[in-house]
Design a protein around this ligand. Sequence first.
Ligand code: MSP
Length: 635
Amino acid sequence: MSPAFYLTTPIYYVNDRPHLGHAYTTIVADAMARYRRLAGDDVWLLTGTDEHGDKIAQAAAKAGMTPLALADQNSAAFRETWKVLGISNDDFIRTTEPRHTKLVQAILQKLWDAGEIYLGTYGANYCFGCERFYTEKEIVDGKCPDHQTRLTWIEEENYFFKMSKYQRWLIEHIERHPDFVRPERYRNEILGFLRDPLQDLSISRPKTRLEWGIPLPFDDTYVTYVWFDALINYVSALGGPGDPRFEKYWPHVQHVIAKDIVKAHAIYWPCMLKAAGLDLYRHLNVHGYWTLGGQKISKSVGNLVEALALKEKYGNDAFRYFVLREMVFGLDADFSEEAFVGRLNADLANDLGNLVSRVTTLLVNLSEGRVPETTPAFEVGGDHALGGDLKGAFEKARADVDAAMREFAFQRALAAIWEFVGAVNRYIDTTAPWARPASHIARGQRLSALYNAAQALWCLGVLLEPFLPEAARKIRQALGGGGVPTLRDAQWGRLAPGASVQKVSGLFPRVVDRKAAAPVPGVVGAAGSRISLDDFGKIELRVAEVVAAEPVPKSKKLLKLTVSLGAEQRTLVAGIAEHYAPADLVGKKVVVVANLEPATLMGVESNGMVLAGSADGKLAILTLDRDLPPGAKVR
Ligand code: MSP
């Protein structure tokens, strides 16, 4: 039987719309769930919405809606967003559903019957944003440290959960299970907190103050405090004790949260579980905040970081890659579109995208679109081996990914995969399979290099699935593989010789950051913005002679140009087909940007840019008014 794996995200408040912060936690959980499925586990991934409490009641009043109408609307927005982002959750729970409210009441009744709950009076400073009371020690300048808002002193009769009696037990549990709360910084934070006496937890709110909640089963003049209600979703979504789903998955539960809700998850929740006679979770995995200019991303920062806007602009896989790669799980990370575009262009368009297009093109052009045979003499250790141990490099990457994923270190897992991507690119450069074979040995070497490159690409198509599901599927499909893979499929030789291969191009198109530099067509630089002489000096302009020109198949706008820069020839792609016929260009001396990073356009790699001016729909290429040799510098 496959090992079970149960993973949860926080259930998000419905007074907010899904932004980058929520999306990160959910993407992280999705990547982990996909990875465990790939490893063969029987996975259950849960997310949902937290719909009761002051916060929601107040937001609804402000919007002139009932709390349930607001919850319906925003819960649907979360559900829809996760669908569009391709999140593979198995369930979506809402705390207003009867399956949840019933279980919350059953647990409350059980604790009441067992004498774990009592009626008492409580007065303290309360934060409406956090929906919790703050101790004197936690308050900063009289304000909530999280929301920076003034706290409200509230005194009332309430029901209390006898949490204090679990303090010793909880400390011992955390000490005996070093990775109960991880990374370690959060474990230390909780142990530090537990050095002071733990108070009992107020678990009710009088209905006179708040009606929007689950009534206490033993006193319906009160509703349940939102955290006591919300945490139980992790149990109620599985049907609770006795339900086969609960019995199967609960022993393997792990939670993912950000550091804002560590205390509720690392202190209240284990004590509640212990009192209710339920097993504790295995791990609480805590990540840091996404910030924007140093400020935690939240509702107030607006559209820029709305989850869907980012996906729309850059594509799902690029969005996933950026957040998983950029944030060190556990630490804060600052979001910037420049960093996003930088990673997209360097890691996805250049390293991975070009690799996929290179390997598939080589297989189509040099091996008749089939995976070739290989023979031992050309393999690592063989007499005619070339290019190093790519298979070994993959096995290392796979082991490193596994170790990283066991610790929720997504950024390390991706770094390990990209080390392998680099190794495959270097392997292809070293073995140069495009070189003309002069002997049967050279031919064997070439076929062996293509075989290894094909195996490497296939393995990437499997191992990338949890991180870049769409790109990984395209890679596997190009190599004739359909269906849902498992890690066992990521093996050398799994792709049989003879398997058909299709070219893939433009897997990740380069992004020109229009915000940073909105280019005027054909002219280098940004409209309206000034650059220094130093900046200008970074652009290498040269005279180039057009040697050959042809249309790019299936494109109305693009021409493929072969140009001479004197010592070398290059291929460039220029968007000028609507203005110039290929024959007009051959023999012309034009000016090109010679030090641009390569970009693939409609499957053709372009190594530079032809300069042209444009106005009113007319376009004119820059040429010389006197002759200069190809390769001459332009300043
Ligand atoms: N409803 C509670 C959770 C109850 S779980 C039993 C809640 N909801 S929330 O909508 O405020 O979501 C908080 C969670 O959203 C964080 O723990 C984190 O997962 C995610 N994030 C919200 N903003 C974030 C950042 N700026 N950065 C990273 N994650 C953030 O708390």
